[in-house]
Design a protein around this ligand. Structure first.
Ligand code: IMP
Ligand code: MG
Length: 176
């Protein structure tokens, strides 16, 4: 396994995640039903750090999509594991590791609205804005990054590297 070079350090991640948590806590203080929905598996590390710093009553659920990259039609997204809770009337905060082309989030945001959530907002740690193909508005954004493939803090390459405490870039070689 190659050692990635650090793009966003653990300290910078923790500092930014704390700021985001404070902002979310202020914005959701009056919510009567606050649901944090994580998209498996990438969002998990970020989501845990974020939610531990929010002291409002909230519930947590997850769903998993199968990437359009596995499918023949670009933009086609399948729900591999759906949420268990009803989101009708709830204030939904979607938590995602990274927004790249935007297809994943566009589809998921539309689905949540269709299910009659009271509000749906998006919190994404990373934003590769130069790669966007469909418009997605990010309500809480950790960092904007260049078009580089990143791993760590939940993000994977072939399911590895998720447990790195920082966000890094893999060296470009034939093997990676
Ligand atoms: P989108 O639908 O193109 O926005 O894709 C978003 C998904 O692609 C993310 O949830 C990640 O799982 C994956 N992804 C996009 N860019 C990267 C990256 O640089 N490293 C790891 N995974 C990525
Ligand atoms: Mg993902």
């Amino acid at each position: 396994m190659k050692t990635p070079t650090v793009l966003i350090s653990e300290a910078d991640l923790q500092r930014r995640v704390s700021e985001m948590a404070q902002q979310i806590e202020a914005d959701y203080a009056a919510s009567e039903r606050f649901i944090a929905l994580g998209i498996l598996k990438g969002s998990v590390f970020f989501m845990v750090d974020l939610l531990k710093q929010i002291s409002l009553p909230l519930v947590v659920d997850f769903f998993q999509t199968s990437s359009y990259r596995d499918s023949t039609v670009p933009g086609e997204l399948r729900i591999r594991k759906d949420i268990d809770l009803s989101i009708r009337g709830a204030d939904v905060l979607l938590v995602e590791d990274i927004v790249d082309t935007g297809y994943t989030l566009r589809t998921v945001l539309d689905l949540m609205r269709f299910r009659n959530a009271r509000s749906v907002k998006l919190c994404a740690l990373l934003d590769k804005v130069s790669r966007r193909q469909v418009e997605v508005s990010i309500d809480y954004r950790g960092f904007e990054i260049e078009d580089v493939f990143v791993v760590g803090y939940g993000l994977d390459y072939a399911d590895l590297y998720r447990n790195l405490p920082y966000v890094g870039v893999l060296p470009r070689t034939e093997e990676t």
